[in-house]
Design a binder for this molecule. Structure first.
Ligand code: NVZ
Length: 123
């Protein structure tokens, strides 16, 4: 299928949106993550993301990106995933993520990392 270029807007099953500005010739990209879910009472604001994708000809490339939730908290999330061409030709991103929240002390380190998985489609 067509090369899977991540440039553009994506939405996941939580309603969170990812905007990839442009992918360079090395597969590196940057953008913004607009989460739809907040565990704080702070207003939700876009957070910067940087990542890298493969540029395989089959259009089913793997990628990874990091979100620095600088406006929200001291958390950092890393996403990894793969782009698939759905049966109707639409692209689907299957992702897993690790979220690292900042904890006050080493004894709390055990509870600082959460994981999740999300599916994104183009909006
Ligand atoms: C407090 C804080 O940092 N965050 C918060 O309350 N919501 C965002 C992220 C929500 C999970 C990401 C999954 C998704 O939106 O698709 S975890 C870090 C950030």
């Amino acid at each position: 299928g067509k090369l899977c270029d991540l440039t553009g807007w994506w939405e996941n099953d939580l309603g969170s949106k990812m905007h990839v500005l442009k992918v360079d010739s090395e597969g590196n990209f940057s953008g913004e993550y607009h989460t739809a879910v907040s565990s704080t009472d702070k207003p939700i604001q876009p957070s910067p993301l940087v990542g890298s994708q493969h540029l395989d000809k089959d259009g089913q490339c793997t990628f990874g990106f990091t979100v620095n939730w600088k406006k929200f908290s001291d958390s950092t999330a890393v996403f990894v995933g793969q782009c698939f061409s759905g049966d109707n030709g639409n692209e689907v991103l299957q992702t897993s993520w690790l979220l690292r929240e900042k904890v006050d002390s080493l004894p709390s380190d055990w509870k600082a990392t959460r994981t999740g998985h999300n599916t994104f489609i183009r909006t």
